[in-house]
Design a protein around this ligand. Sequence first.
Ligand code: NAD
Length: 518
Amino acid sequence: MDGPTTSTFEVRSPVDGRLLAEVADFAPAQVAEAVTTLRTAQPAWEALGPKGRARWMRRLRDWLLDEAEHLADVLQAESGKPRAEAQLEAPWMAELINYFADHAREFLADERVGSSGLLSATKRMVKVHRPYPVVGVISPWNYPLAMPGMDVIPALLAGSAVLLKPSEVTPLSALELARGWREIGAPPVLAVATGSAPAGQALVDVVDFVQFTGSTGTGRLVAHRAVDRLVPYSLELGGKDPAIVLADADLDRAVAGVAWGALFNSGQACVSIERVYVEDSIHDSFVSRLTTLVDGLRHGEEKTPYAVDTAAMATMAQRNLVHRHVTEALASGARALTGGRPTGVGTGYRPTVLVDVDHSMTCIREETFGPTIPVIRVADADEAVRLANDSSYGLSATIWTRDLARGQSIARRLDVGAVNINDAYANLFALTLPHGGWKTSGSGARFGGAHGLRKYTRQQAITTPRFPTLEREPAWFPYSRRRAQLTRHLFHAVAARDLRRRIPRIVRSRRWPGARSG
Ligand code: NAD
């Protein structure tokens, strides 16, 4: 970002290790300085109102669409993902802008509320949504543009200034987003602080709201730090999503959907299908078709666009983690029907189908975040639900069945934040629905209609008198027996819900000063 920095770090291609860029490594003091600058610019941004801010966001949308090919180049270079996947992120961000920009006025409008009883009956009351001045967004590497964008866009529309700390693995797309913001001439309310964990920690120390997406372990550290400062946070964390394939499923769709849901982005998605429970009667047929499909995928380095279906993993560390899960499963008796080893080129890992897997294996218990599909045979739907819920994670799940009503009823028994029936990823594209993990998969949610913007705001209550006011209210100073008794009887009469308790109080109240009250 802007401003001089003393140190830098390298960003390299996961495919062949070539140097892509040297990027500023923000020291904590520089993070704090960036937030101070954002704080100065934020009030004018808030004052623009939802309509004014939406205008800037629509310009950003147009910039994203105009630059889509270049952005795909950048994010493909830094993540190693196939072109078919890299090219989706910019238009997806543009559509996200459309939804929230079109609804910002409605979602952020003041809300007139009625009185809760006689004690507030003399007031006009309004609930106002005021933004957290500076929102800190910390994002992971798996969708280098979309992950930051999914939080930066709603936070800006809500009226906050945003400091974005992208992953040190893929910071270039985030820097492109900031370039776009500058090029459209928008107010200086978006800044990017590149760096690794220390920059993320420094961000948590200075912002007013933390939006974190990443692993459960890091999320826990971020939450601790935010709690220490008493600043609110929202966490989108890891997952171990189950797929349940019932005996009546459309097998062709279930096989194709599970393969895509597990292997999209080489399985490096929080909502990747990471375990598959298949009813006994169709298990063998499902596994055989799945193996054929996965075996036939084109895997490797993409020399020409659309030449591969799955490509490199984002880091060697991630590839090694995947291989550890696979080798541990094989050592405990599982079989790899296809794949089961690295490609030997860069960070590539062969898409893998595992069978004879059980629930004690790391490939079932821990997040793999890679191109593996462990399949488990189950007796029936009840066993599938029991095993699906036997996880510390609770992000999302898929169910494959022709009986949609039964699918919905099984969905309600799963301990996860979202369930897609006969589809994968679908809820992520439904911005009117929340996207949030249960259990150790998160806290809070992104999206979900009005909540998608209001989460970046604080509710402010404003009361104004409806009628001409007295010189002073009966409950104000100085206290006297007469006025204190009047107030007491008034409160009692208001709180009582039956005549015996309400009316006698009022009648007796005529006897003071000095009256004994019951
Ligand atoms: P990560 O937790 O290693 O890093 C995420 C971000 O946190 C990075 O920007 C990193 O620099 C920063 N960070 C690291 N240590 C920090 C600290 N102590 N304080 C503040 N920031 C710190 O995650 P990752 O490996 O980049 O991404 C993969 C993980 O993200 C997976 O677990 C995946 O499931 C999860 N994820 C979740 C969602 C979701 O919506 N639930 C979406 C995408 C990815």
